[in-house]
Ligand binder design. Structure first.
Ligand SMILES: [Zn+2]
Ligand SMILES: [Zn+2]
Length: 153
């Protein structure tokens, strides 16, 4: 599949990589819309995240379920979904208080693991939200909208 790949610090290109296989708790989605964020530039230049390359960026995306992992319940092929990109540990002090956005080891699709600037992406089922008939490009704005609503003091 075609994917935007950050190969190294400051180096980005269009690559051909394997379609990922969903793990038991993951879903393979066909990406339909993926937003561009200033954070993507920060990641490329090492100003955000761990510069752990190669990496497919893109943390604001929506798509169609293509295939579900063996243990996934609640999603099936053809479902329209948006990705909550944040990956929290669930066990640190912040996570135990329900503040998963402040997780001490917070990662995210498109930041610490491959994200949505590709034809397909594997995402944990618990990180997906159904969007009904909402347009994909609008659904992809859920993450930035969440930042606007919840950011600040
Ligand atoms: Zn962003
Ligand atoms: Zn945590």
């Amino acid at each position: 599949m075609k994917a935007v790949v950050y190969d190294a610090l400051g180096s980005v290109g269009l690559s051909d990589i394997d379609v990922p296989k969903p793990a038991a708790d993951e879903v393979l989605i066909r990406v339909e819309a993926s937003g561009v964020c200033h954070t993507d530039i920060e990641i490329l230049h090492g100003g955000y995240g761990n510069a752990d390359f190669p990496l497919v960026p893109g943390h604001e995306y929506a798509g169609t379920v293509e295939e579900v992992g063996a243990d996934v319940k609640g999603f099936k092929a053809g479902d329209r979904v948006v990705v909550d990109p944040n990956l929290s540990c669930g066990t640190c002090r912040a996570c135990r208080r329900g503040l998963t956005n402040l997780c001490e080891t917070l990662g995210a699709y498109g930041v610490s693991t491959n994200g949505g600037f590709a034809e397909y992406s594997t995402v944990k089922a618990e990180n997906l939200v159904s969007i009904g008939d909402m347009p994909f490009d609008m659904a992809a704005l859920a993450e930035p909208m969440g930042c606007v609503l919840n950011g600040g003091p």
